[in-house]
Ligand binder design. Structure first.
Ligand SMILES: *[C@@H]1O[C@H](CO)[C@@H](O)[C@H](O)[C@H]1NC(C)=O
Length: 186
């Protein structure tokens, strides 16, 4: 869907898009996750504000994620989006499990009918307005990354988004591929 491109802005990173995910060379970089994570406070409805493009959300708008308590330290995931052409709503359900301690915001998400899980790391959140979520998958010579800004409000103030984007940049994560999610006429 996307061509493979060399970015002149990132001289070292030969960046291309394979299978409609953003690809970086070598292994996943280290990114610290939220340490005193309180999953109870993280539950509920989040709006997708912007993200790196991913194939499984292509053609979607009004994208939301709703997290619920599935018991046994598992978090229920309900992702919803509307088709940009038909406006029809589709949902997918999954479950997230902690990779280690439940106070460390590193999880694996599996979706029904999809045999492999994806990493889901909360890099930062205040629980009440924003969350920075990052997923990185190691492949042999490169890794693929997905980055999301989630917000509690469908239309958050731009001051919030500016400061969240600054946080992302200060962690050495590129904003170059961020694409706003259409949250209009939902
Ligand atoms: C997590 O958040 C909930 C809801 O605010 C609160 O009741 C609980 O005490 C918190 N847990 C910890 C360990 O802080």
């Amino acid at each position: 869907m996307y061509g493979c491109m060399q970015s002149v802005l990132l001289l070292v990173l030969a960046v291309c898009v394979v299978r409609s995910q953003i690809v970086f060379p070598l292994n996943c970089p280290n990114q610290a996750v939220v340490q005193n994570f309180n999953s109870t406070e993280y539950l509920g409805l989040w709006y997708e504000n912007q993200k790196y493009p991913v194939i499984f959300e292509a053609g979607g708008k009004c994208i939301t994620a709703t997290y619920s308590d599935n018991g046994n330290n598992k978090i229920g995931v309900l992702n919803s989006q509307r088709n940009i052409l038909t406006n029809k709503e589709t949902t997918i359900t999954g479950e997230a499990t902690f990779t280690g301690s439940t106070t460390e915001a590193s999880l694996t998400v599996t979706f029904k009918g999809i045999p492999f899980g994806g990493s889901y790391k909360v890099l930062d959140t205040d629980y009440t307005s924003f969350a920075i979520v990052w997923s990185c998958q190691d492949l042999v010579l490169f890794n693929t990354q997905i980055l999301w800004i989630l917000t509690r409000e469908r239309n958050p103030p731009s001051t919030l988004i500016d400061s969240v984007r600054q946080t992302i940049e200060s962690r050495g994560i590129t904003l170059l591929f961020m694409k706003p999610t259409d949250q209009t006429n939902c």
